[in-house]
Write a new protein. Structure first.
Length: 227
């Protein structure tokens, strides 16, 4: 049994293949296995997507340890369950315009409200979205209780080899800071947010800053849930 895994959700879309590339990069950096999860109504339908994912990984990351799973169920629930043991869960997002994009955004937002561990949402609005090779790490925290998000941000900066001047830009996520963080995301390779989630409020579990960054960030976003 693999002790460390990066899990990526696949549905065959362009956004999902961007997420696959980002997840493979993260797994390689961390020395972890990459688990590709495809949620379907019938396991017999999973073949084409999983074969395409396997071919892409064999071409681009030939030495990476990979396992694939075809799972019957809601992708949000399946990935939320796996997030409890994974080092990182990765999903794609097409953005905020158009019906298909709204559906994809809904999955990433619902998962952000339920994930038990770090969640990377790969935004598709920049050329660097799949690999995040530019800029530093932007960290959004609300207080001293957000230590896990800060630790993830500094570890990610070290893994990507960011120079001292590009390591971590820490900013407040107090009310009114969403626009400033979105603007700063344009020159960052990654945004890391500590997510304070509100229970018992379906559709409103996420704070305004977290929801805003998931919808409008110009680079990939990592959500680190606060216990």
């Amino acid at each position: 049994m693999w002790a460390r895994a990066v899990v990526v959700g696949m549905d065959g879309s362009v956004a999902a293949f961007r997420a696959l590339d980002a997840a493979a990069c993260e797994a390689e950096r961390r020395g972890a296995v990459l688990e590709v999860v495809h949620c379907v109504a019938d396991p017999d339908e999973a073949g084409p997507v999983l074969r395409a994912a396997a071919a892409r990984l064999a071409e681009r990351r030939p030495g990476l340890a990979v396992r694939q799973s075809a799972v019957v169920g809601d992708p949000v629930e399946v990935l939320a369950e796996r997030s409890g043991a994974a080092e990182l869960v990765v999903v794609g997002s097409r953005g905020a315009a158009g019906l298909g994009r709204l559906l994809t955004h809904s999955v990433s937002r619902r998962l952000a409200a339920r994930t038990r561990g770090p969640l990377l949402v790969v935004r598709g609005t920049t050329r660097a979205a799949a690999t995040g090779v530019r800029g530093g790490v932007l960290l959004g925290v609300a207080g001293d209780g957000d230590a896990e998000a800060a630790l993830f941000a500094f570890e990610e900066a070290a893994l990507c080899g960011c120079g001292p001047g590009l390591a971590v830009d820490a900013r407040s996520v107090r009310a009114g800071q969403c626009r400033a963080l979105i603007e700063a995301s344009g020159t960052s390779r990654l945004v890391v947010l500590a997510a304070h989630r509100r229970r018992g409020l379906p559709g409103r579990e996420l704070g305004a800053v977290t929801a805003g960054l998931l919808r409008h960030s110009r680079c990939p976003v990592v959500i680190v849930p606060v216990p």
